[in-house]
Every structure is written in C-alpha cells, then in structure tokens.
Design a protein around this ligand. Sequence first.
Ligand SMILES: Cc1cc2nc3c(=O)[nH]c(=O)nc-3n(C[C@H](O)[C@H](O)[C@H](O)COP(=O)(O)O)c2cc1C
Length: 312
Amino acid sequence: MTTILSLAPLRGLTDAIYRNTFARHFPGFDLAMAPFLTTFQGTRVKSARLDDLQPANNKDLPVVPQILSKDAAQFKVLAAMLTDLGYETVNWNLGCPYPMVANKGRGSGMLPHPDKIAAFLEQLLDLPCRLSIKTRIGRRSSAEIKELLPLFNAFPLAELIIHPRLGSQLYKGDVDLETFAYCLAHSTNPVSYNGDIRRPEDFQALQNRFPDVERWMIGRGALRDPFLPAKIKGMPLPADPAARIRAFHDELFRLYSRRLSGGGHLLGRMKAVWFYLAGSFSHGDKILKKIQKTKKIEAYNALITQLFQQET
Ligand SMILES: Cc1cc2nc3c(=O)[nH]c(=O)nc-3n(C[C@H](O)[C@H](O)[C@H](O)COP(=O)(O)O)c2cc1C
C-alpha cells in the first residue's frame, strides 16, 4: 500500500520558507498544503499576496494552494490566478474553526449550511483546475458531514481531507474515528486522514484501522518531531539528530532574517517555530519558557547556542 504524506497547513508557520527548508533537512513528506489565502473583491491582486506560492519559492516540496472563501465567484478568480501559476489542484478550506472566521460563515462555519455548499460547488463545475476540500466533520455536530457527503460525492474532487473534529472543539477532545470510518465508507471521492498523528505508533494504529487510506496529512506532530515522516516511512535517521535540527533552525533563522524587517518580527517568528520544535527536546517545556522570555535577538542567539551545546 502506498503511503503519501503531506505537511498540513499551519497559518503563521508553514509558509514557503518553512516548508522548503523543512524538506531540505527532513525527508518523508511528499507534498505540503499551503496555509489559506483569502479571496478579495475585483480581479486584481497585489502580487506579494501570491509570493508564497510562486513556483520559484517552492522548489523543494510540491505544494497545493488553499483558499478560504464563501464566495464562489471570488474563489474562481483566485483559483484561475493559481492555475496560471501552474497549479493543477486548489483546496477549499471548510475546516477553519476560529470564531472570527467561522462566525462569518467561512471555514467550518459553512458546514451547517448544505444549501450554501451545494450552490458554491455548482458554480465551481467549470473551474480551470481540480478541486480538493479540507474539512472538519461539522461545526457543532457530526450529523453535518453525513448530510454533506452526498454533495461532495456529486463533485469529482481530487481529494477529501478530513480532520475528524468539530469546529466547536477547536483542538480539544479526541478525534472522532467512528465518523471518519463513516465518511470513508460513504465517500466516492478519495479520502485523506488528518489529525493528531504525533508518533509512528499513532500512524500505525490508524493505518491498521483504515488500510484503504493512502494519503495522510500531518501538522503539529511533524513540527514537534521533524523526523516523524521519515520514521513513519522507515527511512534512515541521522546519527546526530540535534545537529540536523540545528542546521534546520539556523537556515530558517537566516532566511527569515532576510525577509522579515525588524528584530521583533524575526523573534516572533522564531518563537512560533519553537512553540512546536521544543517538543523535540527532553526538557522542551523549560526550553520553550526561556525562549519565550527573550526580548532581543542577541539574547535569543545566546540561548540557542547554549541549548544546542547541551544537546550535541
Ligand atoms: C496554528 C494553526 C494554524 C492552522 N492553519 C490552517 C490553515 O491555514 N488551513 C487549514 O486548512 N488548516 C489549518 N490548521 C489546521 C491544520 O492544518 C490541521 O488540520 C490540524 O492541526 C490537525 O492536524 P495535526 O493534528 O496533524 O496538526 C491550522 C492549525 C494550527 C494549529
């Protein structure tokens, strides 16, 4: 059975610099999904908004763009621009749980409205590229996805990626594998699994339970342990993992310091990286607290040097 692993989108973290630097240091992912782009009125877009998806910025890991929108006409405009950049598939975000998004009827906020989803999809039948969907199983009830599956089945999706939680759960509580099994049994589109794969054992248990699933998406687990995709695929691991993490960190730092103006932005971005990456270290919580307290780049650099000296 083939196993295709994709890096999940995490807005504010997995931008092109992160995705491609990750792929240069840690093998195992076959592709990534980019964090969502929002749609806009009109037919022109500031080119900087598409920087993250320019092919030149994505040479080390294939990427699928994602759009968050409740307006099909605007979705089509942006999807056409992405098609012009060379993308064959564009993903529609039906999963975002954040109240600022969901309360406006976007992301998981659209899931209780099958009529709106049907009308949206109907307008997308002449899309110049293929469509995939990334969804939760409902906003407030898993009955929602059961009602939506026939609508999804009527559309030839490239892929239906399911994170089996409700939007209202945010990231709390367990994933609902019963409902995932129902979706798998009732979807005529290829189904991918996403959610809470933290260790190779988690993947193994899921694969044993759902042997027909070929495509798996991993987010936080891989940001915490960047060797996770290689471990899942049985690829060799480096003799000195901490040195590999250091090389990854240093390259990220160098690339972000070129792109982000001002030490504050750079420090903020590196702290976001460490929020997960600290999980790779035995005293991760302590390390993270210290990093989060730093206010100046010099102090940050001194701390990181000290940290890696202890680890290697
Ligand atoms: C900080 C953060 C940002 C996220 N941004 C996006 C996003 O832009 N698009 C999306 O579809 N999902 C987004 N997600 C959800 C993840 O892609 C993924 O579905 C979720 O984290 C569950 O998978 P995991 O347990 O493997 O991390 C985000 C999650 C987090 C924690």
